[in-house]
Design a protein. Structure first.
Length: 142
């Protein structure tokens, strides 16, 4: 009789916990739009850069800063048009590879694989915080 009561209490507590846990919005599968790359002279322009950044749930200036650093190039993000102008000739494949590295390092949670994360700046340390599992991971600043 006592065991039945404990089991019922356990079930009620378990049900209450599951109600409090937020639903997992991010999955480990992230489908980015294909970068629309245009080359004009020595410049490369990513036309749908704002869309890509929004899909990553990251500020476009942050993503652009990463790409410019990795390409060792100058460039600028145009807020009005949502384009990224790179002052270097670059192929779509290179951009896709850099975005994959960005996702692994700065978007995907290393603990649970969720993409439901955010970047926090604490003093001189950058932290990748997962909204799904609560894990925190220091990341390399860029």
């Amino acid at each position: 009789m006592q065991d039945d009561k404990l089991l019922q209490d356990y079930d009620k507590l378990l049900e209450r916990v599951y109600k409090k846990i937020p639903p997992k919005s991010g999955t480990s599968d992230l489908q980015l739009p294909e970068p629309q790359l245009i080359r004009v002279g020595t410049q490369s322009i990513i036309k749908n850069f704002r869309d890509i950044s929004q899909k990553l749930k990251r500020d476009p200036t942050l993503v652009s800063r990463y790409l410019l650093k990795e390409l060792a190039s100058a460039g600028s993000y145009e807020e009005v048009s949502g384009q990224l102008v790179l002052n270097v000739k670059v192929s779509r494949k290179v951009i896709e590879q850099l975005l994959d590295i960005f996702i692994k390092s700065y978007v995907k949670c290393p603990t649970c694989g969720s993409i439901d994360t955010r970047i926090e700046h604490r003093g001189k340390i950058w932290i990748l915080r997962c909204e799904a599992c609560g894990a925190e991971q220091p990341i390399k600043a860029f």
